[in-house]
Design a binder for this molecule. Structure first.
Ligand code: GLU
Length: 313
């Protein structure tokens, strides 16, 4: 009898501790990118909170994440700030598809568009893509979204390419090595394992955007900024590469529970030094930079966490 009683007590305890936990998922990107390991870092910190069980999902990228966060299929998602802005406001590719339920939770780190080419492709500037096999990006990725913005400004269209690839970023280095493609786009936090791997598999180069083209894009779309991928970051790329960049932003829907949003932001703010050391792309992040380039209204529970930490007034 006593045994049965104890069994029920422990069962009751297990149930109540399970019930107290809130399970949350973070949509990221390809496993060799930067979203995925940084999402893992955020979950690791969030899981210090015994009421949260956080897990990451590898996904197709920004567009997939924003759409699935808004459908409540994902609790949180990593999304490029250009995509966040256009989705919230219903402009560009999201014309007529505005969703005002989108909320920013925190900014994560800057992402810079990399146009990675094989040295043997002889692509030195953007207009050289004519007649080449270029992987613009998989549907659902932010890579495709931003690459097309740049192509558009150059007046380059799909028919100028001999092949327009739709591979995911993780598939691209191998395709480059096998000469199935001459180049691919990746909007990513640097350094990233994907390009490091490409650079050790074959001689690669990164292609700079022309400054006047970058200026024209920024004039029209102020959420872009100019940025430089420093020389020496990837094997064989011994020049600085001028490009455009955005912020990677953690988003949720307006309906995401205050408790989970606050727990995620607080776990990063409370363990900030540990956070900065969890991935090289986080090295230069400051607490203040977590509020830069959000592109959608801040979730009220995130705001509360920033105020409590003294980062926001
Ligand atoms: N920015 C990319 C995208 O939205 C993903 C980058 C990454 O996985 O680190 O598709």
């Amino acid at each position: 009898m006593k045994k049965i009683f104890l069994f029920f007590i422990s069962l009751g305890l297990t149930f109540s501790s399970l019930m107290a936990k809130e399970f949350i998922s973070i949509g990221t990107g390809g496993m060799t990118g930067t979203y995925y390991p940084v999402g893992g870092a955020i979950c690791r910190l969030a899981n210090k909170n015994k009421d949260i069980r956080c897990s990451v999902e590898s996904t197709g990228g920004s567009i997939y994440n924003v759409n699935n966060v808004l459908k409540d299929e994902l609790n949180f998602g990593f999304v490029q700030s250009d995509v966040v802005y256009d989705k919230y406001n219903g402009i560009g590719n999201f014309e007529g598809k505005s969703d005002k339920n989108l909320r920013a939770v925190m900014s994560i780190y800057p992402e810079l568009l990399a146009f990675v080419v094989s040295k043997s492709s002889n692509i030195k500037k953007y207009p050289d893509v004519k007649g080449k096999k270029i992987n613009v990006g998989n549907p659902g990725s932010g890579n495709e979204f931003t690459a097309l913005t740049v192509f558009n400004e150059y007046g380059i269209s799909e028919k100028d390419l001999s092949h327009r690839g739709v591979l995911t970023a993780p598939e691209s280095p191998m395709a480059l090595k096998d000469k199935k493609i001459d180049g691919y786009f990746y909007m990513v936090g640097h350094p990233t394992a994907n390009i490091t791997d490409a650079a050790i598999s074959l001689p690669i180069d990164l292609v700079s955007i022309d400054e006047d083209v970058a200026d024209r894009i920024i004039e029209k779309l102020p959420y872009y900024a100019k940025g430089v991928i420093s020389k020496g970051l990837y094997d064989g790329v011994d020049h600085d590469t001028l490009t455009i960049g955005v912020k990677a932003v953690l988003v949720s829907s307006k309906n995401q529970s205050d408790a989970s949003v606050k727990a995620v932001v607080k776990s990063v703010l409370d363990n900030f030094e540990e956070y900065q050391n969890l991935h090289p792309a986080l090295k230069f992040v400051t607490k203040e930079s977590l509020l830069e380039g959000l592109s959608a209204p801040l979730h009220p529970a995130a705001k509360e966490a920033f105020i409590e930490a003294g980062v926001l007034k």
